[in-house]
Design a protein around this ligand. Structure first.
Ligand SMILES: Nc1ncnc2c1ncn2[C@@H]1O[C@H](COP(=O)(O)OP(=O)(O)OP(=O)(O)O)[C@@H](O)[C@H]1O
Length: 758
């Protein structure tokens, strides 16, 4: 025993020396990066060259990213060591570091050389004799876990330093903080396959609750950014999550891995200018999410490209301008034939219609003049009939068009036939008009579910419709381009002005005249200095290099159309569990949602081990799963729990006492109270307001999706089951949120799937 203790102390000592050296390297590297950042900011671009300014910005943001990354890896810099049969040891950490002579001293966890650390198993050690986990507190090595693959291959000294508990179980036992943490030190082999899958193509990661789908997907984002930095820093990576609470829950994982440039969004936030987490009733959600809604939106827009019933008539200064119906029809068909989005094609339509109105004006004028009245000296002035319309040349037409465009009556007439539309207006007016819905909905689509007042608030289900509309309407970006041109000219002017100011004030002589561009820059608002993530997040039409969709089973067919628009390269990671689908508009099979875009060209990885929920709780979950998916087994838990799950019969007013008791059991951890939608307010009122970091947080099932807590109280399970056609799935989600303790609180009867708890 003493020998073993000595061995451990010696091993800790050895590892401490290495770890201290690694931290020294980190300090040196960080100091250099900070100096480089200062230098990049201090460097002035040479006067007037925009290029220099852009380069300086790029350099500075690269250095800033490096400094942020070096700061982020301070905690747990090095967490592993692998020893191969030749006596060679390699240290694995959050980033790669080199010594002064450029020799690698720490391998980035994402580098190919680190892979054996994650994939070696007892049956297939891949040339390793030992894998060692290092546990650090601040910069101190406080523990070591060894897995020995080849005892024979180890020296006597090494053999005596073997220490017990598997790092994974230790990590899983830790109390929850309310935020997901990274798992670089304990990534499992099946997760490693997901993380390091190729960038190209679509990968589906299907797995039951707690199998690490989310955590693996986030590590995959970090891996892809490391391995394909050039492409992905330019094009960006988007992570789509189910709700804002979930995004907050996972928000610290990527920064802890040194990656701060990933865009995170929910479906309800993907249309610039609209932010919503409100959801439709299940029946409306199903119709709104149906792929046929694309046709509904397209046809609603076609209706806005109108032709008058008879002649188009515009009253102007006592004249009646008339354009025949056939002409209006021809103009509309011609504008449609150019296949430009509506708002862009409108320009063409307006130009043509104004010309027709100018001709109509000439005709009307002609009719209003009585030739026989035009008499000079008793003789008719004109020997032949007037032909004002025929006399109009192109220049006349253009001038007349411009004049007519200034007339409100003309504007009104044009807007009635081909209005300029925003997506918001098109969709709000469509959903508020049963007549329009009736006339554009294909047979079999229950459009009556969609009807609602004009001023209704946007829902998550509306966002893909808005996106669809935006695509068809197009942005009239001529004004923006003109502004960009102007700002280029302005920039040059500003610089010239600043230069003159500096010259005349004599400041230029003092050696800071290169500041002219900086002075000018302060006035420019042209996006310089924005990161890819900032620009991508603000731009609806941005094409991402890779998109990760979490809880992907919740997305409707219409939401998929929107996502696919954001990733034309079809480089996707789709993460979810079909057994947890809560939205009535969600997926029932991956093929059904992906094949329309990928025609079978997607691969699937399955994760089968549950790292969150102990065996005892998963028995309950299995009963629930069986009620709506007979024959399906939940994932297998790696852990036994500390307490049997239980059910207690008590009124809602008894919840605070129950929760207090549970809190006392878990100590430092976090608690979730999960309720049916309809009872959320009532239960939440019993507890202090709290976000995820609070000891207790009250959530609906939808909000709790993807989250986890040390202890969970599921309130009114019968209410959860009855709240939607997916009530069984909702209860399955609710009971699989706990890492340690599960209590079900009910008032009348325990629902059948929970009979085990009676
Ligand atoms: N390799 C690992 N090492 C340590 N912890 C892990 C590992 N894999 C998963 N976990 C932990 O297990 C828990 C569940 O992981 P995660 O939330 O990613 O699962 P999920 O499959 O997305 O679950 P759900 O479908 O319920 O949303 C998290 O606390 C996560 O940190």
């Amino acid at each position: 025993m003493a020998n073993r203790q000595d061995g451990l102390a010696e091993a800790l000592d050895t590892e401490q020396r290495t770890v201290s050296r690694l931290y020294e390297r980190l300090d040196v590297t960080r100091k250099r990066a900070q100096a480089a950042l200062r230098e990049a900011y201090g460097r002035g671009g040479s006067l007037g060259t925009r290029q220099a300014m852009v380069e300086r910005e790029a350099l500075a943001s690269e250095q800033a990213r490096r400094v942020a990354q070096l700061n982020a890896v301070e905690r747990g810099l090095c967490f592993g060591r692998i020893d191969d049969g030749s006596g060679q040891s390699t240290y694995v950490g959050r980033i790669g570091l080199r010594d002064e002579s450029h020799e690698s001293v720490l391998i980035d966890w994402r580098a190919p050389a680190a892979r054996p650390f994650y994939v070696a198993t007892a049956t297939d050690p891949g040339g390793l004799v030992r894998r060692r986990h290092l546990h650090l507190r601040d910069r101190m090595v406080v523990g070591i876990d060894d897995e020995v693959f080849d005892l024979e291959g180890m020296s006597e000294g090494d053999r005596s330093t073997l220490v017990g508990e598997a790092a994974l179980l230790a990590a899983l036992r830790r109390g929850r903080t309310g935020r997901m943490g990274d798992v670089v030190a304990t990534i499992q082999t099946e997760q490693d396959r997901v993380i390091r899958a190729a960038l190209q193509g679509a990968l589906v990661v299907q797995g039951g609750p707690g199998t690490g789908k989310t955590v693996a997907a986030l590590h995959r984002a970090a891996y892809l950014l490391y391995t394909h930095r050039d492409t992905l820093e330019r094009r960006g990576v988007l992570v789509v999550g189910p709700n804002p609470m979930f995004l907050r829950y996972i928000s610290q994982v990527l920064p802890a891995l040194g990656e701060t440039q990933v865009v995170m969004s929910t479906v309800g936030e993907m249309f610039p200018g609209v932010r919503t987490s409100a959801v439709d009733a299940p029946a409306a959600a199903v119709v709104k999410g149906d792929a046929r809604m694309a046709e509904v939106v397209a046809r609603a827009l076609e209706l806005r490209q109108a032709v008058p019933d008879g002649e188009l008539e515009v009253e102007l200064d006592g004249l009646r301008l008339r354009v025949p119906r056939e002409v209006c029809l021809r103009l509309r068909d011609r504008a449609r034939a150019v296949r430009l989005p509506h708002n862009m094609a409108r320009k063409l339509y307006v130009t043509e219609l104004l010309k027709e109105l100018a001709k109509a004006e000439a005709r009307a004028l002609e009719e209003s003049l009585h030739i026989e009245d035009l008499v000079v000296d008793g003789e008719p002035e004109l020997s032949q009939p007037l032909d004002l319309e025929g006399d109009l040349d192109e220049v006349d037409l253009r001038l007349a068009s411009r004049r007519l465009w200034g007339e409100p009556e003309v504007r009104r007439a044009v807007d009635g036939l081909w209005p300029e539309l925003t997506p918001q207006r098109l969709i709000a007016e469509l959903l508020a008009s049963p007549e329009t819905l009736w006339s554009v909905a294909p047979p079999g689509l229950d459009w009556s579910e969609l009807v609602r007042p004009m001023e209704a608030e946007w829902t998550v289900g509306d966002v893909p419709l808005l996106d669809e509309a935006a695509e068809l309407l197009g942005e009239d970006d001529s004004a923006r381009r003109a502004a960009a041109r102007r700002s280029g000219e302005e920039q040059a002017e500003q610089e010239l002005y600043a230069w003159e100011v500096l010259q005349t004030t004599g400041v230029a002589e003092e050696g800071i005249f290169e500041r002219a561009d900086m002075l000018a820059e302060r006035h420019a608002d042209d996006g310089l200095g924005l990161t890819t993530a900032d620009r991508a997040a603000a731009d609806r039409t941005w094409a991402y290099g890779h998109v990760i969709v979490d809880e992907a089973q919740e997305l409707s067919a219409m939401a998929w159309r929107m996502i696919m628009r954001r990733v034309p390269a079809r480089s996707l990671t789709v993460v979810g569990d079909l057994a947890q689908t809560g939205s009535a508009a969600g997926a029932r099979s991956w093929g059904e949602v992906l094949d329309p875009y990928l025609e079978g060209r997607w691969r699937e990885e399955r994760l089968l081990v549950n790292y969150r929920t102990p065996v005892e709780i998963m028995r309950v979950a299995a009963d629930v799963l069986r009620t709506f998916a007979p024959g399906q087994e939940p994932p297998e838990s790696v852990r036994d729990g500390e307490a049997e799950p239980r059910a207690v019969r008590l009124p809602v007013a008894g919840l605070p006492a129950l929760v207090a008791g549970e809190l006392a059991e878990i100590g430092e951890g976090r608690m979730g109270v999960v309720t049916p939608d309809a009872r959320h307010a009532e239960v939440a009122a019993l507890f202090p307001d709290g976000d995820l970091d609070a000891p207790v947080v009250v959530l609906t099932v939808r909000q709790a999706k993807g989250l986890e807590f040390d202890a969970v109280v599921v309130v009114d399970p019968a209410g959860i089951m009855a709240q939607s056609p997916m009530g069984g799935q909702d209860l399955y989600v609710a009971v699989t949120r706990a890492t340690r303790r599960l209590t079900v609180a009910y008032e009348a009867e325990l629902p059948e799937p929970l009979a085990r708890l009676a």
